[in-house]
Design a protein around this ligand. Sequence first.
Ligand SMILES: [Zn+2]
Ligand SMILES: [Zn+2]
Length: 720
Amino acid sequence: MIIGDRMTVEVLVEIMGIDKTFTYAVPSNLEDRIIKGIKVIVPFANKLIEGFVIDIFYNKKYDYEVKAIKDVTDIVISEELMNVGKYMSHKTLATLMSCYNTMLPKALKASYKANIGKKYDTYLKLNNDKVSLATTDKQREILSLFSDDLILKKDLNVSKAILKTLIDKGIIEEIKKEAYRYSFNSTYEDKIVTLTNEQNNAYNMIKSSFNTFKPFLIHGVTGSGKTEVYMHLISDVIKQNKDVIVLVPEISLTPQLVGLFKARFENIAVLHSKLSDGERYDEYRKILNGEVHIVVGARSAIFAPFKNLGLIIIDEEHTDTYKQENNPRYHAIDIGLFRAKNNNIPIVLGSATPSIESYTRAILGTYTLINMPTRISKNMPKVHLVDMKSEIRKGNRIFSEVLKDKLNKVLDEGKQAIILLNRRGFSTVITCKDCGYVEKCPKCDIPLTYHKTSNTLRCHYCGFGKSNITTCPSCKSKNINSLGMGTQKLEEEIIKEFPKAKVIRMDIDTTSRKGAHEKILASFKNQEYNVLVGTQMIAKGLDFPLVTLVGVVNGDAALNIPDFRSSERCFDLLTQVAGRAGRSKDLGEVVIQGFNMDHYSIIKASKSDYKGFYDEEIKIRKRLGYPPFNNLCLIKISSREYQLVTAESNKIANYLNGNIPNVLGPSISSIPKLNDIYYMQILIKYKKTEDVIEHLKYIKDLYKNNHKVKVEIDINPLRI
Ligand SMILES: [Zn+2]
Ligand SMILES: [Zn+2]
């Protein structure tokens, strides 16, 4: 069939988990709206499906019948972001279609018939030429309310009938404007401060690289004033009429940072998971419409559709939430580096505790390292380490002598305290309640996971197994089990032990409702409470001037998580939490309790010695061949049938063993069975992605349409 001077397009669609492209004709009435990257609706096998236009042709001849596209949406992926999608698909093995969809806010990627649309507000404007047409006093009274500004119609509290008359006469005009649903009222006062020498140095180094691709790593202790450096840079970039992306780990946890940004900069968009679909749609449109030049957001804000990017900032760069845990498993830093390179701009990663990988890149010169070792208030908190082995002998199971004394003192003086309980790493690992002993894998140096059904201890990296222990090999105690204490229990214990304590709790249970975080933090700030109890979520980004004591009940718990990154996470958590004390004039104190108090991650964290920690950690990574010395890839195999998951895992491992040198497993996952589905995993260590990628693709494709066995591939997993 020959199509005259018509337009045809190449459309990317996903059919049964695989990217495909097909040619479609464009009906003449839709031609005007077709551009590269636009989402269209096309017929496929008696259905309508969505796809993206990836190429446009004119007068092309076809010797087969070309179907016509059905409809055109107003959703477009820019050329730059189309390239980002290709890169992401290549790096994560996810389909290009799923990558493109990930880049759009949920409200847009839902079916094209989704009900979320633009919202409008009606404004009123006085038509000065026609004022003389007002005939009555009442009419003139209404007109006197107007100045040159627009008035929001719903805010004008006057007789509807008279208003209508004025509108009918053309004296008042109605104007519709797109309304945005999200509002964040900053209660922060903006104080532009003079930069310290250290801040100024960081600012100048980055500023001199504007309009050049250059990655920076700012290693700044908590309270070193990184945020002020960011804000100075942002202010310069937007003066050049360019745009800035600022990533923060999770906005609902750091409302203070958003507050500061909102107070300094007028027009910013905010993107995070707690927004409703409608709110997120609006924030996204502000960016598209060019109404804002700054976006502050969580992971997916890295895809913000700015057309003139000038700077990317990723704060707390070591945070796990920057990696997406489901398909496509992209890392925001990776995408950020790619966009910075394409746009020829600097990218700034900031952290008090950079990831081992990032710091290594800085040492090797891939990133430019900027050190900010001084806390603005000059006060580093005093840290006390308490070994609970001796406390237990004295009968103190939960609170050590030191913590009791300090907390009583804080409450007597009318100050505030934060008490943290680490909940992760409890449920699956056997620990000695008297000395903290944990059984580890001799080959992988990670804690063994307890399997109830077989009463065994297993390594979920390499599959090593042994029978469960009933007596502690270290102290001979029989008090050995896997049960930990919850935050609610801790709250009760504090109330019992400290009569002056007014306790508020922050954990997953008390913060599930929208706005709950903010409420808890505000009531603590207003001093309705004097003790804030919580999980890891209270460790980050909070800034309370009255907090002079931070207690960590189980400071070494993070070490018991069966993951090679647990020392790094332990160091990070303790450093962050220590940074919460004494943010103002008062000297802060931190009490960290635990059993493995001589572990380097705890000792170095107590001294805020990142470099010391890094030097110890990198030796272990090297000895065991973990990142950054190797890349890792996790292959997760799951099925409802136990036999099948074992058999297929063995088949995959055999195939890989024949082609790749370092294959560990198959082994049972740390969570072996969830919702009646069995999980196994294979871990591979490798140097170069190109050596393994074809084999991984082969396996992925092999199981693509298998409905009984699911195979997921996670390249550079953050949790194993
Ligand atoms: Zn092992
Ligand atoms: Zn023991």
